[in-house]
Design a protein around this ligand. Sequence first.
Ligand code: IVH
Length: 671
Amino acid sequence: MNKLQATKRIAKLKDLINDYRYHYHVLNESIMSEAAADSLKHELSQLEEQFPDLITPDSPTQRVAGGILPGFTEVRHRQRMLSLNDVFDRSEIEAWRARIIKILPDAKFDFFTDIKMDGLACSLIYSNGVLERGITRGDGFSGEDVTVNVRTIETVPLSLRHTNEFAKFSEGVTEVRGEIVMYKADFERANEQRAKEGLPLFANPRNTAAGTLRQLDPSLVASRKLHFRAYDILRENPADVPTNDYAYAVLAGLGFITNPMAGVFKSIDEIMTFADKWAEKRHDLEFNTDGLVIKVNDRATYERLGVVGKAPRAAVAYKYAAEQATTIVRDILVSIGRTGIATPVAVLEPVQIAGTKVQMATLHNESEIHRKDVRIGDSVIVHKAGDIIPEIVQALPQLRSGSEKVFAMPKNCPDCNHPLSKQKAVDVAWRCLNTACPSRSWKLIQHYASKEAIDIEGMGEKNVIALLDAGLIDDPADLYNIKAEQLLQLDRFADISANKLVTSIQAKRSPTLARFIYGLGIRHIGAQTAIDLANYFRSIEALMEASIDELSSVNGVGEIVAESVVEYFSEPSNKKLLNKFKNRGVWPKTISHTGGRLSGNSFVITGTLTTMSREEAAERIRLLGGTFQSSVGKDTTYLVVGEKAGSSKIVKAKELNTKVINEEQLLTIID
Ligand code: IVH
């Protein structure tokens, strides 16, 4: 970016960040997530680093936090309230540990770790066991006297609980520090109420808690439920509290809430297990959290390590990776899926989100692009959580330069040039109906050969591409015509591998009906629905002739699935494919109506089985003439309850008087 472009971009970034701050702090609303705003601030500071003479005093990067609001008295802290430096992954925790070991090589390091609560820090001063003052963090040296307000918080003891064990803490001055938080449920309720009253909504629990504590009317504070959760206790004589672990025991004894999961960890491995567990379970907590606090447990060692800047050396905040960031849409491409659906995909300027590099994000469909008004060249907010496919949350039109381009859905398939069409006027998805489309056939053949479908060993992605490129196959039925001699012409194959692949293909000429139905790759038909359809229709011919009404009467099949099946078998290119299979002698097994010890019995499994997979159980049941279903219905004979089963199927089975059995009983039936 040249200087002129940077000047323009910086001006736009500043405006948008200021707008975000105004909405957040003044209007109590959020126009984007904090992570997205941080991402913009990061871009701004990088540009300012590159062009330092473009830094102005009003830049959001030049802001210093803190300051006392008029209406509150400023009080000096007895001991400075420090902040924590952030670390983002295991290697940064290890580097921190190595740094402190280097400073104090002889010290023994145990770590006290707690959930980092997302609220605001508060210091409570008790004099001879009685609450004297509540002070906000402020700039760390002095804060606001909010005593009248903290006194309304039920979880702030007005006097310390007296016990023999901790009696000395009720003598002299005891300072307790902790986080004031608003619970997520209370926040939701407060916003529901505000919506009813037509008031603007609060942005998030932390902001609401902070705003509430700084209200000049204590009765308002009392009406918004806040909670105090303690994490530190300070005494004139530091020897009164030798470890952080002991600090939590004292705090609990004196009547404070502390986080029960906090504890001492001896190794980084243990800390990481704790971190990973809470990264996943954090959404179940009553309050918001964005990470952990890890501190040296021994407090004398903690003090000896000292302070750098605003943070102690002896503690760090481990932050979970943010799930949102901002970046730029370089292009929008259209990807054709196995069933022909054309999905617009944004090609992004690569960006790190939640620990992975993101370069593509789905835009779902054409109407979604128009609804979000995402243009090529736009700055956008991208969201990625866990294994979920990254998604564009919103465009940031405020940052447009004027050179962005509106995306137009192509009229033809980008791969085979077949016209894209919509099945029904109401459909959002455009589709390429050409089953021979290279994008479709590649994905379809791979799906057909996959483990859950026909399970052809050796037919992975690379071999499928090689066979397609060599012109040996166009569709799954062609697989069965491949000769070892043909494979030997390709670089990838030698004698043994070529024969092996041909043998494993030929071994799958009569797949089970369920696997064959699933392998056809019909839209909306997953492996379980394929099993349900196979059990009901028992032959592919019967399924091919089924009407929407008949299909809808199958347990677990709804209207969308029924329509999709009918549509599939009425499509001429699909009829051609099925004929090709038949002519090549490839056809699924029919499930016989009669015979079989379990004929007339139907089974549903909930939870996981320990001795076999669900698919294996289904096949064994079917071989004995029984049927296997995905949900409990009037016609279900047995519900098999495995490990970690949920309750909904069991409740339904009890309602319908279905027999409920365990895995052992199932084994007796099918063995
Ligand atoms: S221990 C030097 N424990 O995080 C401060 N702090 O960035 C060490 N916080 O200002 C404090 N949960 O307000 C500690 N379980 C916890 C915490 C916690 C939230 C806040 C605290 C502090 C900030 C540090």
